[in-house]
Design a protein around this ligand. Structure first.
Ligand SMILES: *Cc1c(COP(=O)(O)O)cnc(C)c1O
Length: 369
């Protein structure tokens, strides 16, 4: 029996998401010590989580026999204050990936479509396809979102437009004024999902004023995560901000307990630790400079990035990646994003970046570049 035939054709056709290789897996495959491996593959925070978040987890750990607060009252209270919005505009998720899917499940169905950009985050086509809706890929401009192309791609049956700002894996950004101009021109019947997974890394003048935009645009859904700058990727917690009615629709398809108690407590504590966040941003700024200086020394092109990662053009990316893996360095090939000559490198600590740059130089030498 071919069980693919039992699933709907749109499910059968899904090409699964390719995550960064876990350290433990490479250690097994290459017979390496886990402690010798450098992973710069999943845009994780190289400083880890705030000590305050870790302490908050310890405080609630004895409670784990109980279900979490399904409505996450405390976390929503803090988020409502942070964004100056009512609690009924907040939808929490098991990572922001979860809220992206909630949006898709609430509004997409066979016979509708969603628009996203070429080279944009892989979850948009996946979430779209899982609903049976049609995905429409708009061409990119300079590896980033092209507002004109996105608007032109919207069809009569389009219900959703995904925009990652900054985008992953290219690190490109639409400046706030350009983004606002785009949102203003999207028809009200098309939901704009603005994915701001990396917004913390932006200088203030490049941050969009989403709190005000939410009051103006009932079709705007903004998503945020604690996985990147806040260093809580392993806990899985993110959220969406939207109009109360849109938030209500998304909540209808939400699992009642989709954010665990440890995640809720850690997220609250992480938001209280401004000093740690500032330190993370500074380490990222320095690490980005270090990587770019290394790329320039090696004569390699890269896409200037506003996130905690950078797409680097290495030519035969599969071969370079294999050499890096043999040397115990995990980065992310992005051929599946239409970037076969590129590798995406997450910014690490100084020593990790150095190990990567040396391994890269050796890989290129081995390959005669
Ligand atoms: C990492 C990432 C996310 C989601 O991460 P979660 O861990 O699910 O919160 C969402 N969007 C983009 C663009 C990302 O890079």
């Amino acid at each position: 029996m071919d069980y693919c035939d039992l699933a709907p054709p749109h499910i059968c056709a899904i090409a699964p998401y390719q995550p960064g290789k876990p350290i433990s897996e490479l250690a097994r495959e290459m017979d390496l010590e886990e402690s010798d491996i450098v992973k710069l593959a999943s845009n994780e925070n190289p400083l880890g989580a705030s000590p305050r978040a870790l302490a908050a987890i310890e405080n609630v750990i004895m409670e784990i026999a109980r279900y979490p607060d399904g409505n996450a009252f405390k976390l929503k209270t803090v988020l409502a204050q942070k964004h100056g919005v009512e609690m009924n505009r907040i939808v929490l998720g098991n990572g922001s990936n979860d809220v992206l899917e909630l949006a898709a499940r609430a509004f997409l169905t066979p016979g509708t479509s969603a628009v996203y950009s070429r080279h944009a985050f892989a979850v948009y086509p996946l979430a779209t396809q899982a609903t049976g809706a049609r995905g429409i890929e708009a061409p990119a401009k300079d590896y980033g979102h092209d507002p004109e192309a996105l608007l032109a791609a919207i069809e009569a049956d389009t219900r959703m437009l995904f925009v990652a700002n900054p985008n992953n894996p290219t690190g490109t950004l639409l400046a706030p004024g350009v983004l606002l101009g785009l949102i203003e021109r999207v028809p009200e019947s098309v939901l704009v999902v603005l994915d701001e997974a990396y917004t913390e890394y932006l200088p203030d003048e490049l941050k969009s004023d989403v709190d005000a935009w939410l009051q103006r645009f009932p079709n705007l859904i903004v998503t945020r995560t604690f996985s990147k700058a806040y260093g809580l990727a392993g806990l899985r917690v993110g959220y969406a901000l939207a109009s109360p009615q849109v938030a209500d629709m998304m909540s209808r398809v939400r699992q009642p307990f989709n954010v665990g108690s440890l995640a809720q407590a850690a997220a609250i504590a992480a938001m209280e630790d401004d000093a740690f966040l500032d330190e993370c941003l500074e380490i990222n700024r320095q690490g980005m400079e270090q990587l770019i200086a290394g790329f320039q020394r090696l004569g390699l092109d890269y896409i200037p990035s506003y996130g905690n990662f950078v797409a680097l053009r290495v030519g035969d990316a599969a071969a370079v990646n294999l050499s890096l893996l043999r040397q115990g360095v995990i980065v992310r090939p992005v051929a599946n994003y239409g970037l076969p000559e590129y590798l995406r490198i997450s910014v690490g600590l100084k020593g990790e970046n150095e190990v990567f740059l040396q391994a890269l130089e050796r890989a290129l030498r081995e390959l005669g570049k």
